[in-house]
Ligand binder design. Structure first.
Ligand SMILES: C[S@@+](CC[C@H](N)C(=O)[O-])C[C@H]1O[C@@H](n2cnc3c(N)ncnc32)[C@H](O)[C@@H]1O
Ligand SMILES: [Zn+2]
Length: 166
């Protein structure tokens, strides 16, 4: 996607965020994530990249690029990520009005031990974000099943089948 309908600006949630520049419809593809910056040697990165910019994806370590690197977490997300033909794409989970902040729930497809105090401000805020999908309440895990990416389902096949009851 050459010109995604988003803008990076200061967020009330934390630092910078990504905002819709026009109204988006549920199911719209908003942008394609640039996963081409794969890191083979982490020691070549700046300390800032070490702290914030890495995405641990399957067995790859990727340096995230703008605008997607500025997408904040929300406990009431409006987008999710799905891989298609080898590219990760960000889709609208629901209709998104112009000007609304784009946010996904980082715990979806999460299997890491990341943690921070959440300031998403949603009514459903869990207050402390933690990066392990399987530590979410079971009802939320089930709600998020349709939004899991294929690589995550494949990697955690046993747990996901148990969750689906299959
Ligand atoms: C990929 S960055 C998101 C962009 C970030 N706001 C920035 O300006 O660089 C991820 C970091 O943003 C912060 N963050 C994202 N969502 C947050 C939230 N809901 N509450 C508090 N901090 C959040 C956390 O520090 C997290 O490690
Ligand atoms: Zn929250």
């Amino acid at each position: 996607m050459i010109d995604p309908p988003v803008q990076v600006r200061t967020s009330t949630v934390q630092g910078k965020g990504v905002f819709a520049t026009r109204a988006l419809k549920k199911g719209d593809c908003i942008l394609t994530i640039d996963d081409s910056h794969i890191v083979l040697d982490e020691s070549s990165l700046t300390s800032e990249q070490h702290a914030f910019d890495l995405d641990y994806l399957e067995d790859r370590i990727v340096v995230m690029q703008a605008p997607e690197k500025y997408i904040n977490h929300s406990c009431d997300p409006n987008v999710f990520v799905k891989s298609e033909n080898g590219a990760r794409k960000v889709y609208a989970m629901r209709d998104i009005p112009q000007g609304e902040e784009i946010a996904y729930d980082y715990s979806i497809n999460g299997d890491n031990d990341g943690m921070f105090e959440c300031h998403c401000g949603s009514k459903h805020c869990r207050k402390i974000y933690q990066g392990n999908f399987f530590k979410l309440p079971k009802t939320l895990q089930r709600k998020y099943l349709p939004y899991l990416d294929d690589w995550f389902v494949k990697k955690h096949n046993f747990e996901i089948r148990e969750l689906r009851g299959t």
